[in-house]
Write a protein that binds this ligand. Structure first.
Ligand SMILES: Nc1ncnc2c1ncn2[C@@H]1O[C@H](COP(=O)(O)OP(=O)(O)OP(=O)(O)O)[C@@H](O)[C@H]1O
Ligand SMILES: [Mg+2]
Length: 218
């Protein structure tokens, strides 16, 4: 018997907004309903994703160099898109196999983060991402920048190049400003107040995802 196509759900938000935490809780909730779920993330752990991670955390990108690589936003935009195109092949396969896919960050991150500088517009990022798998649903965890920074302070990871108050404030504005453009190309997007407790945020996400039936999506 042909399997119902799995749903593709994306969680988006600023650094520290809780996307990783909520990806985990959403995947667990779906698994508890005996659904098969693939939890995934971007940048991926493939070769291009690893390169991006090293650049964002200012680490050297090769073993024969101690110097951290620094790429322009244009180059980063293309790297993110290349990583996503490879990821999209996997996402489509998982969906075709009937698995629900829950992804921590996707195209809206590229739009909000890569259009920070003057050299690259949100429309250009959209153009660069043409042809990638389109989510059935995207949830944006909205939270004030100050709260993100507070949460990130308690974390034991090297900070990314974006973890500064003024930069995060600009990324937050970009997320809000480009929501309609995103929805036009990459499907419906819902905003959830991410500043509440982990359990409250999870409940709000469950309500939205609960309305999305399997096998009826694009
Ligand atoms: N609703 C919440 N209330 C309080 N703390 C939270 C909440 N959600 C997540 N946290 C905590 O905040 C920190 C950041 O959360 P998390 O790693 O999920 O954020 P993120 O959005 O994935 O960040 P990044 O984009 O940098 O990976 C973690 O220590 C996590 O335990
Ligand atoms: Mg995370």
């Amino acid at each position: 018997m042909k399997k119902n196509r799995g749903r593709f759900i994306v969680l988006e938000g600023l650094d520290g907004s809780g996307t990783t935490t909520q990806t985990r809780h959403l995947a667990k909730w779906l698994e508890d309903q005996n659904l098969t779920v693939k939890k995934t993330f971007e940048p991926t752990d493939g070769p291009v994703g690893k390169l991006i991670r090293n650049v964002l955390s200012r680490k050297p990108v090769s073993s024969d160099s101690n110097t951290p690589a620094s790429f322009s936003e244009d180059a980063l935009c293309l790297l993110f898109a290349a990583d996503r195109i490879e990821h999209s092949h996997q996402i489509r396969e998982w969906q075709a196999g009937g698995r629900d896919v829950v992804c921590d960050r996707y195209v809206h991150s590229s739009i909000a983060y890569q259009s920070l500088g003057p050299s690259i517009s949100a429309e250009r990022v959209v153009e660069t991402n043409r042809g990638v798998a389109v989510p059935d649903l995207t949830i944006f965890l909205d939270i004030p920048v100050e709260a993100c920074l507070e949460r990130l302070q308690g974390r034991n990871e090297s900070p990314s190049v974006y973890e500064k108050k003024n930069i995060l404030a600009q990324i937050h504005r970009n997320y809000l400003k480009t929501a309609a453009l995103y929805a036009e190309h990459f499907g419906p997007i819902y905003t959830v107040d991410g500043s509440r407790s982990v359990a409250e945020v999870t409940e709000a996400i469950k309500v939205i995802v609960g309305k999305l039936r399997k096998g009826v999506s694009r």
